[in-house]
Design a protein around this ligand. Structure first.
Ligand SMILES: C[S@@+](CC[C@H](N)C(=O)[O-])C[C@H]1O[C@@H](n2cnc3c(N)ncnc32)[C@H](O)[C@@H]1O
Length: 442
């Protein structure tokens, strides 16, 4: 027997009272029939007309945009960006909220994830409940921090560079991204014709004048001659293997953090906010308080940011093992840390390389996993090594909270948690949790 087709509710409108913020840049509301709506472009406490953008009758939840604000929150402002709003650019979630309110929304999300997934109150997590802006990001009303040092532009059918609409492949053409760093805006990507390209990524290093564009041609298209307003290295994404290859210039940019220069090859990870790397190194080192001669792990180490900071502080008798899956990032990390003979970088997935190392004991651990977090197996393994402190750097509060629960099962408690607004105007937030053996704190 064939199942009845479900009726799409896309385009339906509901007048709703908006409830609390939820993880992902939206707030929760309910239709009069009790169906849950995740509504974007609104704020808690507002009364809005929500138009459904995804979902059907009987679905667990619907997605919607607030298309009319009937009663506005006191935290609402006119979005400074002309490309923000329902159905428009999907890059920023909180353009319509005051900067302080954006940080409170992020704090509410962290608190909710900690409570739900780790069973922790802010006090139990050693967190003061605030999300701290990066230095220099507290600006007069109406001004927006220009923090994105890496921008991935999509290209529309007419060759215009733009940004993707929310949960869509459609392109919102733009003539300027307000949150792009000056070094990116100066390249003038939005003013050029990019016909034949699927995407153009622009990178403006903070630690040097290095600039790079990574072009992804559409199948069969030829690369254009790239003439921008500043000298740049040019890379291309290979149609067949997806690899990134050099066209001209350097195949890396140079970044600075904690008084070191780091080479970051195309495709390699580096924090996007200009102050993020220093802010996070500082928070991690303040939490770990490394001692001379200790042995440390830097997991998901990228090009070696935390391994370098640890190596400096652990001295000649200390040792650091970094593990990173990206081949190119590992080459960069080995190059960046070549002056430290007691730093070793292994290539591969943490979950398979770590058990193979045969290490049975460490003093300190830094882990900075991708959004999915580290997972139960890795957390169990780390707990069994008995580190005196662990620094967990997290870009997803949900994965962090889940993993903190696993650490608790492994005998570790959260000593402190700090949260940083390193992605203003978006819903993203970075956390640093410091853990220690629970027995120690009895
Ligand atoms: C959030 S980045 C952190 C990089 C570095 N700690 C930094 O701050 O520059 C996560 C890194 O983990 C790497 N990665 C992702 N999954 C991995 C895995 N299963 N095992 C090892 N590395 C992984 C990615 O390539 C990326 O470099």
């Amino acid at each position: 027997m064939q199942a009845e087709p479900t009726k799409s509710l896309v385009g339906e409108e509901y007048e709703v009272e908006v409830g609390p913020v939820a993880h992902g840049g939206h707030c929760i509301a309910r239709t009069s029939e009790g169906q849950v709506l995740f509504v974007r472009h609104t704020l808690p406490g507002e009364r809005v007309v929500a138009r459904v953008t995804e979902g059907e009758e009987g679905a667990r939840f619907l997605r919607a945009d607030a298309v009319e604000i009937l009663q506005a929150s006191k935290d609402r402002v006119e979005a400074p960006c002309p490309f923000a709003g329902p159905g428009r650019c999907g890059g920023c979630d909180w353009q319509h909220a005051k900067p302080g309110a954006q940080r409170r929304l992020k704090a509410d999300v962290i608190a909710e994830q900690l409570r739900r997934l780790a069973g922790l109150t802010p006090e139990e997590a050693g967190w003061d409940g605030t999300v701290v802006p990066a230095e220099g990001d507290k600006l007069p009303a109406g001004q927006v921090p220009q923090w994105r040092t890496r921008v991935q532009y999509a290209v529309d059918a007419d060759g215009n560079a733009g940004l993707r609409r929310h949960r869509s492949h459609e392109v919102e053409p733009i003539d300027h991204c307000m949150i792009a760093a000056a070094g990116v805006s100066e390249l003038g990507i939005e003013d050029r014709d990019w016909s034949g390209m699927a995407s153009v990524e622009a990178i403006a290093a903070t630690g040097s004048q290095d600039r790079m564009v990574i072009l992804e041609p559409k199948p069969g298209a030829r690369l254009p001659l790239v003439e921008l307003d500043r000298p740049v290295s040019v890379m291309r994404v290979d149609e067949k293997d997806g690899g990134i290859h050099r066209v001209h210039g350097r195949a890396f940019v140079r970044e600075r953090a904690d008084d070191h220069t780091y080479r970051v090859g195309s495709g390699g990870f580096w924090q996007v906010h200009p102050q993020a790397a220093d802010t996070l190194v500082k928070a991690v080192m303040q939490g770990l308080l490394p001692r001379k001669g200790e042995m440390a792990l830097d997991l998901y180490c990228g090009v070696g940011l935390f391994a370098g900071a640890l190596a400096d502080r652990l001295g000649e008798k200390g040792a650091v093992l970094g593990i990173e899956s990206g081949k190119r990032a590992v080459e960069d990390a080995r190059h960046n840390l070549a002056d430290f003979p007691r730093v070793r970088i292994e290539q591969g997935k943490v979950e398979s390389v770590l058990p193979r190392t045969g290490i049975t004991e460490v003093d300190l651990v830094v882990l900075d996993p991708p959004r999915a977090g580290a997972g139960r197996r890795t957390v169990e393994h780390l707990s069994s090594l008995g580190p005196r402190r662990i620094a967990y750097v997290a870009c997803d509060p949900a994965a962090l909270a889940r993993d903190l629960g696993y650490f608790r099962d492994g005998g570790y408690r959260v000593r402190t948690l700090r949260a940083f607004d390193l992605f203003p105007m978006t819903h993203h937030v970075e956390c640093v949790a410091i853990l220690e053996p629970a027995a120690k704190s009895l």
